[in-house]
Write a new protein. Structure first.
Length: 222
């Protein structure tokens, strides 16, 4: 879209109080900036974002957390109630299960990986984020991925996997094998919240995690 037109639309939206739905442009960070500084700059811009209505109902943005140099990046769909309250990703019941996968299953500390979401604000009533909301948030996530440059992304659940891989395929058909996003290996698997209600699927998630560990040359605990 022509830059002048975009600017005029932004001005109109600002003065009319409406939300402007436009694809975000990814901002390149100077090479001399550290990863920590680059992520903080992205967070600061995200805190000012008013590009979709989610910011009106969310209590906190949920940017992401973890090691900026992580080899593994977990990406979910959107914050839930506990995440919205604390501003941290995956800290509710599903988050506790994810932490167990990381620490008990993979033998890592939670702080050794990076955890983020497709959408940075909680959708009302924990609904799926709408495509136009994802379109506004995905640029921030792309910047995070570019800064962190993980060796593997583990996409948690249908929304994350379909968004990153630009597909409508089911999570059941996507999981269990590597895909690629922006030159990075992606392993889709079931979302931890799904496992809470379908514990029999934990075995399949463990198989997906073992594929990732083997790819990274990690030793299986125990």
């Amino acid at each position: 879209m022509n830059g002048r037109i975009v600017q005029l639309l932004r001005e109109e939206a600002r003065w009319s109080g409406r939300f402007l739905i436009l694809p975000r442009e990814v901002v390149s960070m100077p090479k001399e900036v550290s990863k920590k500084e680059a992520l903080e700059e992205i967070r600061e811009r995200l805190e000012q974002c008013r590009c979709c209505p989610l910011c009106e109902t969310a209590r906190n943005i949920v940017f992401g957390e973890g090691d900026p140099d992580a080899d593994i990046m977990f990406i979910g769909e959107a914050p839930g109630a506990v995440e919205d309250k604390t501003g941290r990703p995956f800290v509710g019941p599903a988050g506790r299960l994810l932490t167990d996968i990381i620490e008990k299953g993979m033998g890592l500390k939670r702080g050794d990986v990076y955890i983020a979401n497709i959408a940075k604000c909680r959708p009302p009533e924990n609904r799926d984020p709408f495509p136009e909301e994802i379109a506004q948030c995905i640029g921030f996530l792309q910047e995070q991925i570019d800064v962190i440059s993980p060796r593997v992304i583990i996409a948690l659940g249908r929304i994350a996997a379909q968004t990153l891989l630009d597909t409508e395929a089911s999570i059941s058909s996507l999981r269990g094998k590597f895909h690629e996003y922006r030159g990075i290996k992606v392993m889709p698997t079931f979302h931890p919240s799904y496992l809470i209600h379908n514990p029999a699927k934990k075995r399949e998630v463990w198989e997906d995690i073992k594929h990732v560990m083997k790819h990274l040359g990690m030793t299986l605990p125990g």
